[in-house]
Design a protein around this ligand. Structure first.
Ligand code: FAD
Length: 473
């Protein structure tokens, strides 16, 4: 810097008052030199900013682990508030038997949906989701909702009448549409179905039926993927990898390691890994989650038979005298991705079959499910629809993730770690709402219409009998 100028502040030049000509010249020289310097500093600043931004591009604001039913919905909702979301999860394997690692509980084409329930929290979550199905179909470009109705049939007994009354009371609060039916009504209405004498029934006629969970997940991801920031960059990056470990870094952010040896960093993570949440080091302290086996049996039927059964509703059928089952659920004919038509039946046959480690889960998913369960289900389906001729029978394994509260756990488990897990075998229908609640939670908000503590988290060893019930219906 020339001796006759003093920079007292950036961009301010003080001339030597003894020589105005020199000043003129020098001041020009000095000023231009100062401008160069300034420009250089600005450039440096700009470079620093870019570098920081580049680094921040890899530091997601939120990472959601598990892109199944809860995670995909949560990503959609979070994308309304952030342009920096990673949705990372395993894709559905082409062949379950060859797959190693984690699996999802939505690998199917039919899940029952209904509002009626004996618990207000479940009914409200279902209603809110069902009310949004058509919008999700529209925005996500997938048709997944088939409102064929949901029929519940049971032996006539005092406790069953109380059960129906409890469903009706909650249904009335939420404006569900239903009818009570006698066994005569049942036989008149669905001549091809055979129920025992003295059956009681409640039929939810509107806004109930079945959804295709794969298509719902796809729709949610398509909606999430289409959300962009002001510069038209996608808000959500969707990656098909399994998270196999995590580190909490000194600044509180979290580094995720994947099975493809990639690393992703996020300020906050939401674990939506279903029955696999306690594995792969996703969370520090194990949750009180009980992943258990569920077998489903599918009867393949001809297209003609599917047409004949097209008015068939979803069915939940309770028994008092079956040696192995308290209930079964039946999804009416659905065309699966292989182009064939199937009727599906499942029930609580494997309720005691719990898993404690990844290897046990993997072995189960590599199997055909339980042979005894499949045999029971087949007998029930054949007695229910004696005229049905099955072309083949297919049994499949699946996993239900029960919680100690009989509700999903949605909450914070660490400073920057959140969970939304535990569908209890009944959360496909309400997954949009559970995803919304999870998105609220990671943003530090809560929907109090369920009560302040409705989805509290319990860790291994902790129990809560207050919300436990026998069936999720
Ligand atoms: C046989 C069966 C029948 C059912 N019937 C009904 C029904 O009729 N109606 C109903 O409402 N509900 C039903 N359910 C329940 C419903 O399917 C589940 O509640 C729902 O799928 C739970 O969603 P989720 O997102 O918690 O878990 P999932 O849908 O299982 O998604 C979890 C995802 O996380 C991924 N993941 C796990 N670990 C990792 C990891 N480390 N890294 C990355 N990704 C990971 C998994 O691969 C999966 O994609 C049924 C479930 C089963 C098994």
């Amino acid at each position: 810097m020339p001796p006759d100028t003093v920079r007292i502040a950036r961009g301010t030049i003080h001339p030597d008052p003894r020589d105005s000509q020199r000043w003129q010249y020098r001041s020009d020289w000095t000023a231009s030199s100062a401008i160069d310097e300034e420009e250089e500093e600005e450039k440096q600043e700009e470079r620093k900013k870019k570098k920081k931004k580049k680094k921040e591009d890899h530091l997601f604001e939120y990472a959601i682990i598990g892109k199944g039913m809860f995670g995909s919905a949560a990503a959609k909702y979070l994308a309304d508030h952030s342009d920096s979301i990673l949705l990372i999860g395993s894709d559905e394997p082409q062949d379950l038997r060859l797959h190693k690692g984690v699996f999802g509980s939505y690998y199917d084409s039919g899940r029952i949906t209904r509002i009626l329930d004996t618990e207000y929290v479940w009914a409200l979550a279902a209603k809110r989701s069902i009310d949004r199905y058509r919008q999700i179909e529209n925005d996500g470009g997938e048709s997944f909702f088939h409102p064929v109705g949901c029929l519940r049939v049971m032996p006539d007994a005092i406790n069953r009448r109380q059960y129906i009354a409890a469903n009706e009371a909650i249904g009335d609060r939420l404006q569900a549409t239903y009818e009570r039916l006698s066994d005569d009504d049942l036989n008149r209405r669905w001549r091809y179905l055979r129920f025992p004498k003295n059956s009681l029934a409640i039929f939810e006629t509107k806004n109930a039926g079945w959804i295709d969970p794969r298509k719902l997940v796809k729709a949610q991801q398509q909606i999430a993927a289409a959300k962009t920031d002001k510069g038209s960059h996608p808000c959500v990056q969707i990656i098909g990898e399994t998270v196999v470990g995590k580190n909490i870094l000194a600044d509180g952010s979290i580094e995720l390691k994947t099975d493809k040896a990639n690393r992703f960093n996020a300020k906050r993570i939401l674990v939506t890994a279903g029955g696999f949440a306690n594995f792969n080091g996703l969370i520090e302290r194990r949750l009180n989650l009980m992943p258990r086996a569920e077998t489903t049996l599918r009867a393949e039927i001809s297209q003609e038979c599917a047409v004949n059964l097209k008015e068939m509703p979803c069915l939940i059928w309770f028994f008092d005298d079956h040696p192995n089952l308290h209930y079964v659920y039946i999804v009416p004919p659905v065309q699966y991705p292989d182009g064939r038509w199937y009727l599906k039946v499942g029930g609580d046959r494997e309720a005691e079959h719990l898993f404690t480690c990844l290897a046990e889960l993997e072995t189960w998913f590599h199997s055909d499910g339980g042979a005894e369960a499949a045999s029971d289900f087949r007998g029930i389906l054949e007695s229910l629809i004696p005229d049905m001729e099955a072309l083949s029978w297919v049994s499949k394994p699946c996993v239900i993730t029960d919680t100690a509260t009989d509700r999903p756990y949605i909450g914070a488990i660490d400073e920057n770690v959140f969970v939304a897990v535990g569908g209890c075998g009944a959360a496909a229908k309400s997954s949009d709402e559970f995803g919304r609640l999870a998105a609220l939670c990671v943003r530090g908000e809560q929907d109090l219409s369920y009560g302040a503590d409705a989805f509290h988290v319990l860790y291994e060893g902790e129990e809560d009998s207050g919300t436990r019930r026998q069936f999720h219906f």
